[in-house]
Design a protein around this ligand. Structure first.
Ligand code: UDP
Length: 345
């Protein structure tokens, strides 16, 4: 699992370990903390923690990847599958640093494919994003809606999807699932794992979490003149534990398919920024300060998943609602006000 110390990676690692998988986690900690690996071990408990190995490496380092995959899985057998989370993921940053985004997101995926091919590993679960759709013509968004990425980050994900799809045509023994995430939020209910971005958060939920613990003064709500009921942007927020379970469902489905398949992972329900602020304030027990400001360039009014394909083919559905997402996110932030590394407020 590349990107195992990240927000979605760490939760998926817990889910897979708990389900009995052995995991080799990989991360270079460029946007995550080594403490997340310790927390994964703490959450799963001592009996299961031994099924997690960890290797620090940069996924662009093809030689290191080859060495890792060539060394086989835990217990000496071959690696069964790769879950590839590691990537850069901030839209605004990608506009300023496109070369770094193409390098980390596209080149690393190519190096990974080469290393997998060299060592006979041909099952892959790839992290994609609903942002590949750009401005949707209609909602909710099914997988076959046209891809029209509007920024370098989304283009890197769309390019990787096309590479993987082409690969599966050329080499039919590959089994690849791309999962397009909508807006992952929340935290592990233990309060031990959660979202802990470095620097000032780009995304609305970690920003709100840091407002709630006083690290940030108030949320800027980007635009109240969208064609939505309250004028603020609507997104499909999905609990990160539901998302982790989606990866396990995909893993369990890999051998029932050949070639390439993409799934949208969302709830199918939209929530506006103001509804999110209200729900999070409810979880915290006091109103959180916010101010309406102008629109953020590149934002779209509304993104909501049509998750039916994942339900029908993977047997996966979300189980957790907005109140659960807010309660768990707050529990993590309350217990870790300075994040994993204890950054002062
Ligand atoms: N948003 C906001 N203030 C912030 C960050 C985000 O109002 O500080 C809004 C943003 O305009 C969008 C929604 O919250 O409508 C979700 O944005 P986020 O960056 O979390 O995810 P995105 O959907 O852009 O991937």
């Amino acid at each position: 699992m590349t990107g195992a110390a990240g927000f979605i990676g760490s939760h998926t690692c817990v889910d897979l370990l708990t389900a009995g998988y052995r995991v080799i986690g990989v991360d270079d900690f460029s946007n995550s903390s080594p403490h997340a690996i310790e927390r994964i071990r703490e959450v799963v408990g001592p009996d299961v923690a031994g099924n997690l190995d960890f290797v620090e490496l940069d996924v662009r380092d093809g030689a290191a990847l080859g060495k890792l995959l060539g060394g086989g899985g835990r217990g000496g057998g071959p690696v069964y599958a790769v879950v590839h989370f590691a990537a850069r993921k901030a839209v605004g940053e990608s506009v300023r640093m496109p070369v770094e985004y193409y390098d980390t997101n596209v080149n690393a995926t190519l190096r990974l494919i080469e290393a997998m091919r060299e060592h006979g590993v041909r099952r892959l679960i790839f992290s994609s994003s609903c942002s590949v759709h750009g401005n949707a013509d209609s909602l909710p968004i099914p997988e076959e809606a046209p891809a029209r990425p509007t920024n370098p980050y989304a283009r890197t994900k769309w390019i990787c999807e096309q590479i993987l799809s082409d690969l599966c045509v050329a080499e039919p023994d590959w089994r690849v699932i791309a999962l397009r995430y909508f807006n992952p939020v929340g935290a592990h209910p233990s309060g031990l794992l959660g979202e802990d971005p470095r620097g000032i958060p780009n995304n609305v939920m970690p920003y709100l979490q840091q407002v709630a613990v006083g690290r940030l003064a108030e949320l800027s709500v980007f635009g109240s003149d969208y064609p939505t009921p309250d004028g603020t942007g609507i997104r499909d927020y999905i609990h990160v534990v539901d998302l982790a379970e989606g990866h396990r469902a995909a893993m369990e489905h890999l051998d029932d398919q050949t070639g390439y398949r993409v799934y949208n992972l969302g709830t199918g329900t939209g929530t506006s920024v103001l509804q999110l602020v209200a729900a999070f304030s409810e979880a915290v027990g006091r109103p959180l300060p916010y101010r309406i400001v102008g629109r953020r360039p590149g934002d779209v009014a509304e993104l909501v998943a049509d998750p039916r394909r994942a339900a029908e083919e993977l047997g996966w559905r979300t189980k957790r609602g907005l109140a659960d997402m807010c309660r768990d996110a707050w529990e993590f932030q309350r217990r870790n006000p300075g994040g994993y590394d204890g950054v002062a407020g």
